[in-house]
Design a protein around this ligand. Structure first.
Ligand SMILES: [Zn+2]
Length: 241
């Protein structure tokens, strides 16, 4: 009985760990996933998920242009189909665009056929819209498993996670978002790590998500880590080869 209980506990521990690894942004069990763990603590990648999103994405592009900073955008394919002009405006501004699936499902729980379809469809609409190949992928919710990473790589995509999450999908103000990001950057810099920050200019629930606080928080961050600091803003391709 004791043996069974121990086996059960061990199995449970393994299952919990596997569950953690499938979700943890910095977990590496399921294949190497870029998080910013390089010794480049003054480098920051601003990344934005779940766009394109009317007005918000355009406002964000204005803020980034004002500060002459390039960012990375992981776009949802079905929104790109509805708003191709915004996707093209992102690319025309010099930002890096990545695949965030066609419809934003939890990929860890989908069949391999569905995973492949989600990634391939998003690649196709992005490449049709932008006229350039897509090389980076971020899993919705960070949820992944070995098959997801394998399929992504088979489609020529490098999976990208994050190491700072601002929880800007919650109803919080710009200052709260900025404060959370600054705490993360400070922690990373103390550990000599670069910062790979996930923010949201859109939302999985549909177009028109209210993300102005994220735009304002971006402006605050760019003021704080401005050109007179040693900070260098980069897109994720500067780290991943
Ligand atoms: Zn997302």
């Amino acid at each position: 009985m004791l043996e069974l209980a121990l086996t059960g506990a061990a199995t449970l521990a393994a299952a919990c760990a596997a569950g953690y690894q499938s979700m943890a942004p910095t977990g590496q069990w399921y294949g190497k996933t870029f998080t910013g763990l390089a010794r480049v603590s003054k480098k920051i990648a601003l990344t934005y998920d779940d766009g394109p999103n009317d007005i918000i994405t355009e406002r964000l592009l204005e803020v980034l242009a004002r500060h002459n900073v390039r960012a990375t955008f992981f776009l949802i394919g079905r929104y790109v189909r509805q708003r191709p002009q915004i996707a093209r405006a992102i690319a025309a501004s010099g930002h890096l665009i990545g695949n965030h699936t066609m419809t934003h499902p939890w990929l860890a729980w989908q069949s391999t056929a569905r995973v492949r379809q989600e990634l391939a469809d998003c690649n196709a609409i992005l490449e049709d819209t932008l006229g350039a190949p897509v090389r980076y992928f971020r899993a919705p919710h960070g949820a992944r498993r070995p098959a997801v990473l394998r399929i992504a790589r088979s489609l020529g995509l490098t999976p990208v996670q994050w190491n700072i999450i601002a929880k800007d999908w919650l109803p919080v103000g710009a200052e709260a978002i900025e404060a959370r990001v600054v705490r993360g950057i400070t922690r990373n810099q103390q550990q000599n790590r670069a910062s790979n920050i996930v923010l949201h200019d859109g939302g999985q629930a549909g177009l028109g998500q209210p993300r102005l606080p994220t735009v304002e928080a971006t402006n605050l961050l760019l003021n704080k880590y401005g050109p007179r600091t040693e900070t260098k803003f980069v897109t994720v391709d500067s780290w991943v080869q």
